[in-house]
Design a binder for this molecule. Structure first.
Ligand code: FPP
Length: 238
């Protein structure tokens, strides 16, 4: 894969954990456990290939409706991931970021996430972004609120608002030149965006492999990247 056919920013909706588990007679949460192992592999692979940003939809604002038991497994897996991986992420120059209303997460998960972000703040090779309690409409609403308040305070005139003004107030703004998503993958055959990175995906290419997330190994990921490499991106031009 050459630099020109490799997406700089990949976003993944890791879907199908529950179906994977239930179809094998396991409780749903077991699918998340197996899914977390795939997170490790795909992060490593992205770093090896030279991807600049990887955003993973780990928890949506709608996911709060799930049973307490399932939520608690998700927070445990997140904390385990951080504890197990932070040294390797550091070694590999990976910066960790979180987008979403993650202050709603349980205190211990928040604390460990904050510590990990601090430890990894100087990573320059790749951004790993966890979308946690994330919703794109909430993100856009928050940006509108910030701009309105800047106008009210006389810091800006409404006539000065540009696309860059909005972009700079999105939760993803810290990604700088890589804030636009190049390639969006949703596993499990569902073909929806589900309130994920609506603004950032304006010119993204999409891939919807049937594979459920716990089966989405490096070889499946490379097949997705191959499909991306075969696309012609015109950004509205000819
Ligand atoms: C969607 O599958 C998946 C989630 C809501 C959670 C994704 C979480 C992980 C992969 C593990 C988290 C670990 C880390 C390290 C971030 P689903 O449960 O909606 O599946 P279904 O559509 O088959 O029910």
């Amino acid at each position: 894969m050459t630099a020109s056919t490799l997406p700089a920013h990949i976003a993944i909706i890791m879907d199908g954990n529950g179906r994977w588990a239930v179809s094998r007679g396991y409780p749903r949460f077991y699918g998340h456990i197996r899914g977390a192992a795939r997170v490790r592999e795909i992060v490593r692979e992205c770093r090896t290939l030279g991807v600049r940003a990887l955003t993973l939809y780990a928890f949506s604002t709608e996911n709060w409706k799930r049973p307490e038991e399932e939520l608690s497994v998700l927070w445990t897996l997140l904390r385990k991931y951080i504890r197990r991986e932070v040294a390797e992420l550091k070694k590999n120059g990976i910066r960790l970021r979180v987008i979403g209303e993650w202050t709603r997460l349980p205190e211990e998960a928040r604390r460990e996430l904050s510590q990990a972000m601090e430890t990894l703040a100087d990573g320059e090779k790749m951004d790993l972004v966890f979308a946690l309690s994330y919703g794109s409409r909430a993100e856009l609403t928050d940006a509108v609120r910030k701009i309105a308040s800047e106008c009210e305070n006389g810091m800006m005139k409404s006539s000065e608002i540009t696309e860059a003004t909005v972009e700079g107030r999105l939760w993803s703004s810290g990604l700088g030149e890589h804030s636009d998503v190049d390639f969006m993958i949703r596993t499990s055959g569902e073909q929806r965006l589900s309130n994920f990175l609506l603004w950032q995906c304006s010119y993204a290419e999409f891939d919807f492999p049937d594979t459920l997330w716990p089966d989405f190994n490096v070889s499946e990921f490379r097949k997705s990247l191959g499909r991306y490499g075969a696309r012609k991106r015109r950004f509205g031009g000819l």
